[in-house]
Design a protein around this ligand. Structure first.
Ligand code: R5P
Length: 286
């Protein structure tokens, strides 16, 4: 297998290749003055199986992924696997209002058109790991929550896991089981794309090490508002873990509010302490 790393997650691409002990493909990606991406594969791939590791956090990342996969096909690679640790657009998997574009369906369909297989990590609209089929597209959903739980295992003495909203309860439950501790959840109302309201709740967390888990941290509003509510119940520490750390307002915005902040490396950020490279490598070895 030859592993190519896209520009959004070049470091993770390298780590996956290392974990697999496979060849590293060489490619060139440039951005033209008008914003168009230029992709060139600079490695012989005819008759070989390839994988492209590229997280998609923007439309440009998506296009780079598609161009890379299609170029590999044109160069007669036998199979091309799309490994997309973070896949954006998965939050719109349902039509909430009539006429809305079903972004999750369209994006998955576009990738499926060129790739032989698709692998992602904690796809936003799925709650369990394994093979999934959504609107006729088959893909693999890997679960990084056990890796985050493992990270916290030796860092906290008296853990309790809190989900910031009902949508994250499955992650909290999974982690609590792993850490052999209790879990609870808060209730969130989304006011706008950047504003959320977390309902006040008295929690039995005095003197405990609270772990707040979410799949995505985008603006950080959900976690910051949750931490404020939790702190009123006087925990010993507030620890935050997420799979996909977009951190649109930077990680410094959490500084005075939480004691520890970590994410996986599905996206490049300063707190990506848990690597999903081994998880991806294991899946590619299947
Ligand atoms: C929502 O469904 C997700 O699980 C996250 O809670 C959300 O994306 C976090 O967004 P933000 O960091 O902007 O509050």
């Amino acid at each position: 297998m030859i592993v190519f790393g896209g520009t959004s997650t070049a470091g993770l691409g390298w780590a996956v290749r290392k974990a697999l002990g496979s060849e590293a493909g060489k490619s060139e990606v440039k951005i033209f003055p008008d914003g168009e991406r230029y992709v060139r594969i600079d490695y012989p791939v005819a008759g070989k199986e390839c994988a492209v590791v590229q997280s998609v956090r923007s439309s440009d990342d998506l296009l780079e992924l598609i161009l890379m996969i299609d170029a590999l096909r044109d160069m007669r690679a036998t199979q091309v696997h799309a490994v997309i640790p973070y896949l954006a657009y998965m939050r719109q998997d349902k039509r909430f209002k009539q006429g809305e574009a079903l972004s999750a369906k369209t994006v998955l369909k576009m990738i499926d058109e060129v790739a032989d297989s698709i692998t992602t990590v904690n796809c936003h609209f799925l709650n369990s790991a394994g093979e999934a089929v959504y609107n006729h597209v088959r893909f693999m959903n890997l679960d990084a929550i056990p890796l985050i739980a493992e990270y916290f295992k030796n860092k906290v003495k008296s853990p309790i896991v809190i989900a910031p909203d009902k949508g994250s309860v499955a992650f909290a439950k999974e982690t609590a089981k792993y850490l052999d501790c209790e879990f609870d959840h808060l209730s969130k109302t989304r006011i706008s794309g950047s504003e959320v309201k977390i309902e006040a709740k008295e929690l039995d967390v005095k003197g405990m090490d609270v772990i707040i888990l979410d799949d995505i941290i985008s603006t950080g509003g959900t976690i910051i508002e949750s931490a404020k509510v939790i702190k009123k119940s006087r925990p010993s520490s507030v620890n935050v873990g997420c799979v996909h750390g977009l951190f649109l307002n930077g990680v410094d915005s959490f500084r005075d509010i939480v004691d520890r902040l970590i994410s996986t490396d599905t996206l490049e950020n300063p707190v990506g302490k848990v690597s999903v490279a081994g998880l991806i490598a294991k899946d590619l070895m299947r």
